[in-house]
Design a protein around this ligand. Structure first.
Ligand code: ADP
Ligand code: ZN
Ligand code: ZN
Length: 816
């Protein structure tokens, strides 16, 4: 008897044992996929964890359905790393696998529709929808349920399918099917019987009256003499200006033949075109220090001010690693925001670069995965967002975590709620390689690790080319209001500088950390402001669409003319977002090009890169946007950055709010004056004496670090204490209160005053679910493992309580 333990992509923690025959046992290896029956009729993809001969006690094993891979698609190191993740972030290995594998690898049973065998005649009796589906099935043997949906162009197709089933026209089947389909490109060649000159002449003569077809053939010959490469049908069609029908006619006649070649979807066609830059003195020193530091440290933090040339140092290290035949992983917080960096690196490394992130289609992701697994040169350098951490590297020589301070390295939901930066450190360790993290504004945690000797630390204090750091000026909005020196949301100082900059033909970036026109609409008569029916937040007014929208659940309604409560027409808006700034700019600077960059304007696939390009080409004079603007962009001609209102950043109720404000403001400021001329930054605020703003204005990272560290120490937060957040959600407020109180009491028995809450977050209800949080703080001398075990035990007892069975509990380790 042989068995396998398989891991299923589901939140259950145990492994599942299935029986296999002798041949299967000999063939199967850890990391291969198998299709396995689960529950009544479901088929899942499982990953083989181990093959053994120990029959499980207490239950009869089922046998596997079939084997899906010839070779493991997951390496032993990956499994080890994923087990660490599951353990550390308190979730199941199945959940990690679900996050880690491109979904195309995880087949589930799917519903397929087929025509039933009986001959059906009475087509007239069918409704339109029924007929469309019926007809589609005449052309293909089966249709997947999702395709049926798009054929009928409606969501709910169950009733249509049910009718067809009732009439015995179709039958439904559950099958496992492979989602990944290789992309095939169609090529055309002449059928072999026409390759002799004689037969060719005859052929052309015979086509004397079919002008178009003849034309196609003539072009095919021409192309054949020009190139030895295969000729694609699109090329042929374009060159000969023929229609698809003409081509088809030739194929039908057997004169032309079509054939297909598999193609990678993500292909970079350019070539490496630039030499790697020679490092300047400061960079060379830093580079040497990093190398030296790597001798004694596995992780090194490169703290270099914005525009100090960190990227060029990474480039040198990457080059070194790949010249030794190693793979390199370059992680970024948000890949959508890094078009600039990708094209920059492509200039150096050409097609050795693969990009990997969740916005890619499943097929594209599978291709990158396979290229990494088989160590293809084209995937030698992977640039990716946090999920690139899960790729099957075989021969990793370096990991770079750029902008390591970015909160988006942490996944909030769903589990695994992992921090990709921290998990990368563990990965580097398992891969026996080094990790370099870089930032102009390191996270307190990382800087503390560097200062206390856990990481190496290398510093770059000057900008490249000795460009000065921008001059930062704080503008007191309260005073400006009092002196009537505000025009809309613009102070006279900001306007002055803007006019000056525009006069010199330079560009401006304006930062406002809110999208929409204004976050609150209020009736000045009765004070009522429209709220989201599903969440405890007020609706944001979006002027362009004349809508009120909820930024938490997407709920929207048309903007009202008068108050819903009292009918008065005295509606007023409070606060302002990017849209309002854009509107004001258009009146203030009617002769200049204004554009906006926020979630609302960057929904389309390429809209973000288009905006970046327009800014690079100086087709935009003033760009207003949210924190998207802060991330690693490098523009030549921006000489002024304006922060419209720094206060709502600072007032955010979170222990990291001040650190974050500092980072965000420094990063936005860093976009100014990256070339010879010194840039200028104006920060508008009601509170110019705020310590953080002062520190921002004089680039005092050290000062910020020391002060915040002290606060963290006093209030028992990271890096001195670890935190685990436990989030409870339920439709019923009383129930979620009771549940969290029960859980909280159980925790307090053990952890005493180190349990905070239960307490609702600032937005206490989202999508109709009430939310309550508990926070467990863990001192350095308390075992993390034992703490987690204790929490798990409490959770187990909790799960057995019927009253709370509807309450969702999410555990978030090192929460952000
Ligand atoms: P950072 O990553 O620290 O923000 P970058 O690497 O983007 O800084 O460098 C800032 C600018 O200086 C870029 O435009 C870059 O091309 C240029 N630069 C950096 N190092 C060099 C170098 N050694 N030679 C020429 N240009 C450089
Ligand atoms: Zn009213
Ligand atoms: Zn809502």
């Amino acid at each position: 008897m042989y068995f396998i333990d398989a891991i299923l992509p589901i939140p259950l923690k145990q492994a599942f044992t299935y029986s296999v025959n002798k041949d299967e046992a000999a063939f199967l290896k850890q990391g291969m996929r198998v299709a396995i029956p689960f529950g009544k009729s479901k088929v899942y993809t499982g990953i083989v964890y181990q093959v053994h001969d120990q029959a499980p006690v207490g239950y009869e094993t089922k046998s596997i359905d079939h084997i899906l891979d010839e070779e493991p698609i997951i390496t032993a190191i990956q499994i080890k790393h994923w087990e660490w993740l599951a353990n550390y972030y308190m979730c199941s290995l199945g959940e990690v696998i679900k996050a880690a594998l491109p979904s195309a690898f995880l087949l589930e049973s799917e519903t397929i529709i087929k025509l039933s065998s009986q001959n059906f005649q009475d087509e007239a009796s069918l409704t339109d929808d029924e007929f469309v589906l019926y007809e589609a099935l005449q052309h293909q043997s089966s249709i997947h349920i999702n395709d049926a949906r798009s054929i009928l162009d409606r969501k709910n197709i169950v009733s249509v399918i049910q009718k067809l089933l009732d009439k015995n026209i179709i039958e439904v089947e559950e099958t496992v099917y492979e989602q990944y389909t290789p992309k095939l490109k169609r090529y055309i060649k002449l059928a072999s019987e026409y390759t002799s000159e004689e037969s060719l002449r005859e052929l052309l003569d015979s086509l004397n009256r079919a002008h178009k077809q003849r034309e196609v053939l003539m072009h095919l010959f021409m192309l054949n003499t020009q190139t030895k490469k295969p000729i694609s049908s699109t090329t042929l069609q374009k060159k000969s200006e023929a229609s698809a029908a003409t081509l088809k006619a030739l194929i039908d006649k057997g004169i032309l033949e079509e054939y297909f070649i598999q193609q990678d979807r993500v292909a970079f066609l350019g070539e490496a075109s630039s030499e790697i830059k020679t490092l300047n003195e400061a960079q060379s020193v830093a580079y040497q220090e990093i190398k030296t530091s790597f001798k004694t440290n596995d992780t090194v933090l490169l703290h270099g001010v914005t525009s100090s040339g960190k990227t060029e140092i990474y480039v040198r290290l990457i080059e070194e690693a790949i010249s030794k035949g190693k793979q390199v992983l370059y992680m970024l917080p948000e890949i959508a925001l890094t078009t600039q960096l990708i094209s920059r690196l492509q200039k150096y490394f050409g097609e050795k670069i693969s990009v990997y992130h969740s916005k890619f289609s499943v097929n594209e992701r599978v291709e990158v995965w396979n290229n990494v697994l088989t160590e293809k040169p084209k995937a030698q350098i992977v640039i990716g967002a946090r999920s690139s951490l899960f790729l099957p590297f075989k021969n990793l020589g370096l990991i770079i975590v750029d902008e390591e301070h970015e909160p988006s390295f942490k996944q909030y939901s769903p589990a695994p709620r992992y921090n990709a930066r921290d998990s990368a450190i563990v990965l580097a360790n398992f891969q026996n390689t080094k990790l370099l993290m870089g930032s102009a504004t390191p996270s307190l945690e990382s800087y503390h690790n560097a200062k206390t000797g856990k990481f190496g630390l290398v510093t770059l204090k000057k900008r490249f080319g000795n460009v000065l750091m921008p001059e930062i000026e704080l503008v007191d909005v309260k005073e400006k209001n009092r002196k009537k020196q505000m025009t809309g949301h613009f102070s006279d100082r900001l306007l002055e500088e803007m006019h000056e900059v525009l006069k010199n033909g330079e560009q401006i970036i304006l930062f406002q950390n809110r999208r929409g026109f204004s976050p609150v609409v209020e009736c000045t008569t009765c004070g009522v402001s429209p709220q989201c029916p599903n969440c405890d937040v007020s609706l944001t007014f979006h002027q362009h669409r004349n809508q009120l929208r909820c930024h938490y659940c997407g709920y929207n309604m048309a903007m009202m003319q008068s108050c819903i409560a009292c009918g008065s027409e005295t509606l007023d808006t409070k606060g302002f977002g990017t849209e309002q700034i854009e509107t004001e700019l258009k009146t203030l600077f009617p002769n200049h090009k204004v554009a906006r960059m926020d979630q609302d304007t960057t929904k389309g696939k390429n809209s973000y890169s288009k905006l970046i390009e327009a800014l690079e080409n100086e087709e935009i004079d003033i760009l207003v946007g949210t924190q998207m603007l802060a991330k690693g962009l490098d523009f030549r001609n921006i000489s002024l950055v304006g922060v419209m209102n720094a206060d709502n950043l600072l007032n955010f109720p979170d222990f990291r709010a001040h650190e974050r404000s500092f980072q965000l403001l420094q990063q936005v400021s860093g976009r100014a004056g990256r070339t010879q001329k010194r840039g200028k930054v104006l920060i508008q605020t009601y509170n110019p004496y705020h310590q953080i703003l002062k520190q921002v204005s004089v680039n005092d990272y050290e000062g910020m670090y020391k002060e915040q560290l002290e606060e963290r120490y006093n209030y028992k937060y990271p890096p001195f204490f670890r935190t685990i957040k436990i989030v409870f959600k339920d439709k019923n407020l009383a129930r979620v209160q009771k549940a969290s109180a029960w859980f909280g009491q159980a925790l307090e028995m053990q952890f005493k005053e180190n349990v905070l809450g239960p307490e609702p977050p600032p937005v206490g209800r989202i999508k109709n679910k009430y939310i309550i949080n508990l926070l467990v703080k863990i001192p350095k001398n308390q075992s993390l493992d034992k703490t987690k075990k204790y929490i798990e035990n409490v959770q187990r007892s909790f799960n057995s309580l019927k009253d709370f069975s509807s309450v969702r509990v999410n555990i978030d380790v090192d929460n952000y």
